[in-house]
Design a protein around this ligand. Sequence first.
Ligand code: ZN
Length: 186
Amino acid sequence: MKILIVDDDEMTRSMYTEVFNEAGFNVVEAKDGVEGLDTATKEIPDVIFTGIIMPRMDGFSLMEALKKNVATANIPVVMSSHMGREEDRQKAEKLGVKDFVVRDMTPPVKVVDRINSIFLKGVEYKVEFNSNALDAQKLARDLSFNSNFQCPECDEKLVLSLRIKNVEKLTFEAQFVCPDCGWKTK
Ligand SMILES: [Zn+2]
């Protein structure tokens, strides 16, 4: 995954670059909003991690500019704030940032976790289900499925869909779905 780190402080930039490199990210850097916008357009990163206060163009203006360009409008942006001012958080939310990190309260490895979690939220896994395993037959009876777990609409074998609900607690939302017609349990 490619991350663009935008910050005017070289120490901060190289610190995060190291942390994200270690976590397996491909890192590109920019030293302010102007350079960040330019780099984002050229590199199309998977995610942008930007500071707020920077010369020439700050994090908010960068965010606005990214939204105006079709090529960059959908890149998730995470903002990092030194002081975590409430008005900054609200402004960031209004602009559609994915996460607002208060730097002094968030160790860099946690920042990596939070950025990873953006991509995991809502991810769906489709698991093939063994109708003979463990409580499968009891489950079939309880849910009024037939014993082969076939779709009530088209007879295709149902699969179990697991969607990540909470990344930190690793909780899932589970549903039987039909891979063919899209029928699903409520
Ligand atoms: Zn079906």
